[in-house]
Design a protein around this ligand. Structure first.
Ligand SMILES: [Zn+2]
Length: 296
């Protein structure tokens, strides 16, 4: 993907993987075979594997450069992590860090790592393995996360299921950052830079946040897991099976999508294939997704 220029900001994408993943019918309990057939034409091949029911799932981070700061939004699954409860993330080896380097970004130069939430696929590269120990990958960064999110996963790590499919993530990808004094835990909205505002957007997880970026005519929202597929833009009441607070997630999704629509803000989700980002336009009870940044 070519860099996106948004006023004073430059946005790049760092891919970990782009593969067919979970079945749409398993991901969204509201989705039926009839829905898939109705939308298959525009979903294939970018968002739905051709001829199957599997969602195309991208795992990527967004890098924002403001001229003053370098900010990383989410850090994918990471390498070398033990994830027996989620084989897709178990002992992964990908060149994610090399891809970040190829953008001219030295990990030591990253100023902020913003975690939209602390799921297994969003916090992995917070740390890397060095001589058998988990160390922060970005030694000079402040790692932004909501306090509510941190506390939720801190408690889940001590629960009998250790966080379910996310088991291990808190211990190897969050705790080392907290212990090094690099975590900056937010209670409300947090202004990172003139043009960057981290805001609570709960529901997918209790402390899930989005990042509103830009100014004037150049606006964007880095939306984390507000939507896993453009189908949820079309049907904003559809939650994923991983949404922890279904009613809150639906309200938040609609609120943020309305914001994107009213401000003509580009949306940068964490898992969309195709152009990986796009615009949101009002359409009946829901919205339409227009991939890329061509004018509507
Ligand atoms: Zn995710």
């Amino acid at each position: 993907m070519k860099a996106v220029h948004l006023g004073n900001l430059t946005v790049d994408r760092v891919e970990e993987s782009l593969l067919p993943g979970i079945e749409a019918l398993a991901m969204f309990s509201d989705c039926t075979a009839e829905h898939l057939e109705r939308h298959r034409k525009w979903l294939e091949p970018d968002y739905l594997e051709s001829g199957t029911g599997r969602l195309m799932i991208s795992l990527h981070s967004w890098v924002i450069r403001t001229g003053r700061h370098t900010i990383l939004v989410d850090t994918c699954g990471g390498n070398d992590k033990d994830r027996p409860a989620f084989p897709k993330f178990h002992q992964k080896q990908t060149p994610w860090l090399e891809r970040l380097n190829s953008l001219g970004i030295d990990p030591a130069s990253v100023d902020f790592v913003m975690c939209t939430h602390l799921h297994v696929d969003h916090a992995g590269w917070n740390t890397r393995l060095e001589n058998g120990r988990w160390v922060p990958t970005f030694p000079n960064a402040r790692y932004l996360m909501s306090r509510r999110e941190h506390d939720f996963w801190h408690d889940r790590a001590a629960a009998p299921d250790r966080g379910g499919v996310n088991a291990g993530t808190y211990e190897d990808s969050v705790l080392p950052v907290v212990e090094q004094g690099l975590a900056l835990m937010t209670d409300e909205a947090y202004q990172i830079d003139d043009d960057l505002l981290m805001e609570p957007a709960p529901g997918h997880t209790p402390g899930h946040c989005v990042l509103k970026a830009g100014s004037g005519h150049h606006q964007a929202v880095f939306s984390g897991d507000l939507c896993h597929s453009p189908l949820q833009i079309h049907y904003p009441d559809w939650n994923s099976r991983f949404c922890e607070q279904p009613d809150v997630a639906r309200l938040t999704r609609r609120r943020v999508l309305e914001h994107c629509c009213e401000r003509r803000a580009l949306i940068f989700p964490a898992h969309f294939g195709g152009a990986h980002f796009g615009r949101v336009e009002a359409a009946g009870q829901g919205f339409n997704y227009r991939a890329g940044d061509q004018p509507g």
